[in-house]
Design a binder for this molecule. Structure first.
Ligand code: SF4
Length: 443
């Protein structure tokens, strides 16, 4: 039997990195689903020291275990120090592999003596080369807002004009083969020639109120007579927006195969779409979705939020997004109330990077950090359609346990001030402005 003095276990504690090297699987801001249950995993690993481990290639006697914290960039993980400490206490030999940019004197002071090996990944000693490959010394440099800030808006304007003048009269030479390839890829399916209306569809809509409700919210007219576009909301009451299980995905795939030319689309609003369903088939699609818990009829309503992963998954977050969304979804669970409120785009981001598009939400919620506490800033009046607008901040931010009440106050204010049930939240806001909302919120 083989005996080894030290077995190294690489633990990729997260996928996120503060660099954006194009050749690496780890990416800036990437969501990590990796388990970080340090206590349980480190204890299990420590039990292997001095034991015989049965690998597929045969048993190996292992004297010590070295636990190597890797990533992504492991120093983005807030609990790294505690994990190193625990690993050391359990007799494991902690080490790490890092780009070194986030290593601090304080970490070395507290945990340095416990580290058995420190590995640093280096690609070049030339700063320009590092910048070119995405290995930046400032994680925010990849962002256009930082570029604009650092370069100045006038200089950016000048550079854009200069580039535009350089290219505007040049021919756009697209290789024809490539154009054909793209056209072929997006070729429309072979639609049948159908009547524009379907009697069976109308009968089912009359007979089944749930179906009628779902159709009203989630089904959109198709340009081809006799077909419809069926949106699948991934925002059931109280669940994480945009999540779907593997079993549910199988159901959607089967429905797409049978009823929608084997085509599913994912939207930026975190929903799915069956883009070409015959009206005659819509009821069967609805029943299939309903059985899988996917027939929530809330498209465009307040519970159909766009929500970023926030602090639960994102190393860059200031605050949690998903639990806030779940609480709002529960608060507005009554679907009739949602219909009464009408179209309302609520969007949540856990930090200013705005992956949840909060800045263009009719109501936007942005997670901010106030002295280590999660707070939420509300913006109103954002709009992502052809009349695009950035929402305006209403006032001081709200604590985690106050944000859902604040959203409800905003919605109730709208219901009081709208001039009719037909006036949408955004129209009412654009008519009256911020004042009445502000008064109610900070009264
Ligand atoms: S907006 Fe959300 S997902 Fe995007 S970086 Fe911030 S916390 Fe992470």
């Amino acid at each position: 039997m083989l005996h080894i003095s030290e077995l190294t276990v690489n633990w990729h504690v997260l996928e996120a990195c503060n660099y954006d090297c194009y050749f690496c699987y780890a990416k800036y801001g990437k969501k990590s689903n990796f388990s970080r249950d340090y206590s349980e995993i480190l204890r299990d690993l420590s039990n292997l020291s001095g034991k015989v481990i049965n690998f597929p290639s045969g048993p190996i006697s292992v004297q010590n275990i070295r636990i190597n914290f890797a990533g992504g960039e492991p120093f983005l993980e807030k609990e790294l120090g505690s994990a190193v400490s625990l690993a050391s206490e359990l007799g494991l030999r902690p080490s790490f592999i890092s780009n070194g940019s986030l290593l601090t004197d304080s970490f070395i002071e507290h945990y340095g003596a416990m580290i058995s090996v420190a590995g640093f990944s280096i690609d070049s000693f030339n700063t320009d080369t590092n910048q070119k490959i995405g290995r930046r010394d400032n994680k925010y440099k990849a962002r256009i807002k930082i570029l604009v800030h650092e370069t100045g808006i006038d200089e950016i304007r000048r550079l854009v004009e200069e580039e535009w003048n350089r290219i505007k009269d040049t021919a756009l030479n697209l290789p024809l083969e490539e154009v054909d390839r793209i056209n072929d890829y997006f070729a429309p399916p072979t639609f049948e020639t159908l009547d524009a209306t379907s009697r069976s569809f109308e009968v089912k809509r009359f007979e089944d109120r749930g179906f009628a409700t779902w159709v009203r919210a989630n089904v959109i007219a198709h340009k081809k007579p006799g077909y419809a576009i069926a949106n699948i909301s991934l925002k059931p009451e109280g669940e994480a927006p945009g999540d779907i299980t593997d079993d549910q995905m199988e159901v959607v795939a089967d429905l797409a195969e049978k009823y929608s030319f084997d085509e599913i689309r994912a939207t930026h609003e975190q929903n799915l779409v069956l883009p070409h369903v015959k009206l005659d088939d819509l009821y069967d699609v609805f029943l299939g979705l309903q059985e899988a818990g996917l027939a929530t009829g809330n498209l465009g309503l307040i519970s159909d939020m766009i929500v970023c992963p926030g602090l639960d998954y994102c190393a860059l977050a200031n605050a949690r997004s998903i639990p806030v969304a779940q609480a709002i979804s529960k608060r507005f669970a009554d679907i009739e109330r949602q219909y009464d409120i009408g179209e309302l785009k609520l969007k949540i981001s856990g930090c200013i990077n705005a992956c949840g598009h909060h800045h263009v939400g009719h109501i936007g919620i942005l997670g901010v950090d106030r002295k280590g506490e999660e707070y939420y800033q509300i913006t109103l009046g954002g709009n992502a359609n052809e009349n695009a607008a950035i929402g305006k901040i209403i006032g001081p931010s709200f604590a985690y346990d106050k944000i859902v009440d604040a959203v409800e106050t905003v919605v109730n204010t709208y219901l009081e001030i709208r001039d009719s049930a037909e006036e949408s939240f955004l129209d009412a806001y654009n008519r009256v402005g911020m004042a009445p909302f502000k008064e109610r919120l900070y009264a």
